[in-house]
Design a protein around this ligand. Sequence first.
Ligand code: GUN
Ligand code: ZN
Length: 431
Amino acid sequence: MHIYRASIVHFPSTTREPSKEHCYYEDGGLLVEGTKILALDTYSVIKDSYPQARVHDYRGKLIIPGLIDSHVHFPQTEMIAGYGEQLMAWLENYTFPTEMKFAEPAYCNQIADVFLNQLLKNGTTTALAYATVHAHSVDALFSTAQSKNMALITGKTCMDFAAECPENLRDTADLAVKESEMLINRWHNNGRCKYAITPRFVPTSTGAQLGALGELASQYKDVFIQTHLSENKTEIEIVAARFPERASYLDVYDHYGLVRERAVFGHCIHLPESSWQTLSEKGASIAFCPSSNLFLGSGLFDLASANQYDIPTVLASDVGAGTSFNMLRTYGEAYKVCQLQQNPVDALSGLYMMTQGAAAAHGMEHEIGNLNPGTYADFVVLNPCYDELSALRNENAKQVSDVLFALSILGDDRAVEQTYVAGQEMLTPNT
Ligand code: GUN
Ligand code: ZN
């Protein structure tokens, strides 16, 4: 048994008011046995109850739950920070040429390792990730995650509409279903892995493919669905021109049975009123990707409306369009996006959207997202004073929300002292 002694903050249950309903111990003790959390309390209570446990002294540090990145593209790791395009040109000029390299299985393994190391370095222990159209890219990411015992969700990106994607990144409606189902059977609930049916977005799929994937989703109700929705105005015009009979972009997905619980829609920037309503009624969630939306010039996500419609909204890096793997920094960008709309979002709400709020949106709060007894020991040790400036800023910070906010704006992986996955230290000095 191990006791981790530090300041500790988490959200033990779901809440609409994260700034009020968080649980904080100035001098806390997190008790871990094997892969799971056994108890959380003040250090003195834990130490008195388990005097034989080994103590890891992280006083002066802050323990938070392992972070969840709810929308990220693993093959795009190497193309982060590509200059000067908006969505459709960026896909054509940067994304598709990069994703073609994943036809080579050895390359998938190589990048899967780099990608997961980047997540862990930044305190992210779970991701809802896109792979490429190649089924072996999914195998590569799942098997690398499994070797680290990470809770990972991914799926084969399906695309079959010839005019919008190059031939060697295309599948068909039949092949998309056949390969996705094979991967579901191989990986869904295999250890900590879970599968996501992944049509890239409406422009790259035929109606036949979307319908076939909707049918598959109805057969596997606890499998995730992930896709993109209403990120960019040109994208929306393409969808409207191809599906004039549908009331909106979301209505295309809905028509084909792809809007339901455990469906996560990335972006959702330019939504008509009816789409907020549908997302809310169907229990779907939204991945808010602020650094990506600023980078591609896509627009400002309206978090106030998402909250008003009670749609679970989770934070996400969306690397390669996103500009950092760091989820605290991603919240820092969300703060700025919301500031531009006179709706500042506080740091504890930000932390919630990458921990308990995300876990609850994904129906996984019994295993990740909080530090409750019985969940996996996925947690992060933050050092709020990792350099001269952060020390100057944080040494006198009185409140945990202030420390988290400063780390989110200064946003740096140097603040991540250690990341634990299922009770194991994941960072070595040269990670
Ligand atoms: N829409 C369709 N594919 C993508 C992608 O890879 N990144 C982003 N940001 N938007 C998309
Ligand atoms: Zn994306």
